[in-house]
Design a protein around this ligand. Structure first.
Ligand SMILES: Cc1cc2nc3c(=O)[nH]c(=O)nc-3n(C[C@H](O)[C@H](O)[C@H](O)COP(=O)(O)OP(=O)(O)OC[C@H]3O[C@@H](n4cnc5c(N)ncnc54)[C@H](O)[C@@H]3O)c2cc1C
Length: 541
């Protein structure tokens, strides 16, 4: 049976891993993971921990009683709902799920159906001294939805926005739509399609993350350059705070002081709940061309990338993948870095642009390994297609790896070109050393450049290591800390697009100008005087 995008959001999700209960890695994929990572990490075999089942989980009794009568139909305290909303989607959280550790589960989960119910839930939380955690798809990579709020609250309520999932209005002339914040990616595009519209924001977590989550975390989409951050798509925002609601005026641009939208974008649920937004919608591309180049040296690929980024060509795709990552994902042979280029336009052929970019690649020693005209038939065997397939399937592999004690984690940043080499070297060296110290054996640390700007790249590091299954969280945290220290001490941001959450707070506090911190605290005091909105995120609690 084919599941439509409209039905997808309501499929019963796994409470301990990525995706719906009836989807996941195939047996063949699991065998490939064992083979590839057994070889890469030097493991003879893997003992497989079965995934947790609901009857193995002991939750503390819910502290929430006296739910207002009007909210009772949308309020849940059963084990499945509380377990489903205990974690986001980092490796450490998956490891805690496999350890059957749900000690921090929220006391209740509510599913508001409209803004009046959102406001009523916030009133209830305020009056009953409960912390409120906004929740979209729960794909947070930074402990953004964890109900860990300290002792000053009498309980925690998670507010799941996924029942507010409609496109409410379109403005075809302006190519814009008013959309409720809880909608997931595929459902949003399915609702826009009959109007001839699409958001074209295909980030990796697209199937199971929400518009409100993207806005709240300043997510970045699949384009390597240009309009890729959700910031660029937002025309106006409606946010409901404990103090009341705000709706900004719909405008293509405005010079009227600091932007209320820019304040809501990236607020990570700490100021209020984004309930809807007007979105600018790009035209569908009609012209596409892509090419892949192999570089013997990653550094040469970097130089090619910089030239393309600074040439004003605006490629849709411009991803450089280091040799090891290209090999481990099966995209290329493991000896060379690959640079995947893609150009697209709704209006005009893109040959002139890609020809310039391809010449830049050749000038820096790149060897064209394949060129694809999307219109010309089967492109599934290309390096670019193999890379894309590995990228789309990876979220499903997390549970397979965790069950086998294979740690996999990532960190992502951005840095001016002039600082890239030092950052790259420091992250690779210090993370590799931490893996050795913490696990007693070598792991892998690989890098790809996901986004580029004229003044710098956004590098994304992935590390794999063999865990002691009794210490997975502790080991992963130590390794990640080494990577974060290296990244930020060499001048990078703590995050390019994964947001701050609870995980990145210590580094964010060092990065943020202190006076700006005071401004944020004052804003939170105004909008959320009880400090109940996602405590500990963005603003210290
Ligand atoms: C496999 C995987 C791939 C990923 N790929 C990408 C990627 O390509 N690009 C990228 O940018 N990120 C990526 N991420 C990170 C994550 O998907 C993003 O941060 C995403 O924007 C979170 O959306 P969500 O709906 O799942 O939000 P959640 O995880 O539910 O919440 C994230 C934060 O936003 C807040 N929040 C959620 N909804 C609202 C709302 N309506 N109002 C106010 N606050 C709200 C929450 O309180 C929390 O602080 C990935 C994560 C995973 C696990």
């Amino acid at each position: 049976m084919t599941i439509t995008a409209r039905e997808n959001w309501s499929r019963r999700r796994k409470f301990y891993a990525w995706g719906a209960e009836d989807e996941g890695a195939t047996d063949e994929e699991a065998r490939a993971i064992e083979r590839v990572w057994g070889e890469a990490l030097g493991a003879d075999g893997f003992e497989v921990t079965p995934p947790p089942t609901l009857d193995e989980i002991n939750l503390k009794p819910s502290r929430v009683d006296r739910v207002p009568t009007s909210l009772q139909p949308i309020c849940h305290t059963d084990t499945y709902q509380r377990a489903l909303h205990t974690y986001g989607k980092t490796f450490m959280e998956c490891a805690r799920c496999f350890a059957r550790d749900f000690a921090d589960a929220p006391d209740a989960v509510v599913y508001p159906r409209d803004e009046a119910e959102v406001a009523a839930v916030l009133d209830w939380c305020g009056g009953a001294e409960l912390a409120a955690i906004p929740f979209g798809g729960g794909s947070s990579a930074v402990y953004g939805v964890n109900p860990v709020v300290g002792e000053r609250f009498k309980g925690v309520v998670t507010i799941d926005m996924s029942h507010m999932n409609r496109v409410l209005e379109t403005d075809i002339t302006s190519r814009a739509a008013r959309v409720q914040a809880g909608v997931f990616g595929p459902d949003l595009d399915a609702q826009l399609k009959p109007h001839g519209l699409s958001l074209r924001f295909f980030m990796q977590a697209y199937p199971y993350s929400s518009l409100g989550g993207w806005i709240a975390t300043r997510a970045a989409g699949h384009y390597a350059m240009g309009t890729t951050h959700i910031d660029d798509f937002v025309e106006s925002v409606h946010m409901v705070t404990p103090k009341g609601g705000w709706r900004s005026r719909r405008l293509p641009a405005s010079g009227a002081g600091p932007s209320p939208d820019r304040f809501a974008i990236g607020s990570e649920g700490a100021m209020g709940i984004i309930t809807e937004a007007w979105l600018r919608l790009p035209s569908r591309p009609a012209h596409r061309r892509g090419a892949t180049f192999a570089f013997a040296a990653f550094d040469d690929g970097i130089e090619a990338l910089r030239e393309v980024a600074q040439a004003g060509l605006n490629p849709a795709n411009c991803r450089l993948i280091d040799p090891r990552e290209a090999g481990l994902t099966g995209s290329y042979d493991g000896t060379k870095a690959i640079l995947v280029l893609g150009f697209e336009s709704a209006h005009h052929p893109v040959d002139a642009w890609i020809d310039i970019a391809m010449q830049a690649c050749r000038d820096h020693g790149g060897e064209a390994v394949e060129e694809t005209l999307a219109a010309s038939g089967d492109t599934s065997a290309t390096a670019a297609a193999r890379w894309r397939q590995a990228f789309l399937r990876e979220p499903f592999y997390r549970e397979v790896k965790t069950a086998r004690g294979i740690g996999r984690d990532t960190c992502e940043t951005a840095i001016p070109w002039s600082g890239f080499r030092d950052l790259h070297e420091a992250v690779k060296t210090r993370t590799s050393r931490a893996i050795r110290e913490v696990t007693g054996r070598d792991g892998t640390v690989t890098c790809r450049i996901t986004h580029v700007y004229p003044d710098g790249p956004a590098p994304y590091f992935t590390f794999h290591f063999l865990c002691d299954k009794t210490r997975m969280v502790e080991q992963a945290t130590a390794i990640k800390t080494a990577a974060y220290d290296a990244m930020t001490e060499t001048g990078g941001t703590i995050t390019h697009h994964h947001a701050v959450g609870r995980l990145h707070m210590p580094w964010y506090l060092k990065q943020r100008p202190p006076l700006f911190g005071e401004v944020l605290r004052a804003a939170k005091e105004t909008l959320d005087p009880r400090g109940m909105m996602n405590p500990g995120v963005i603003v210290e609690s």
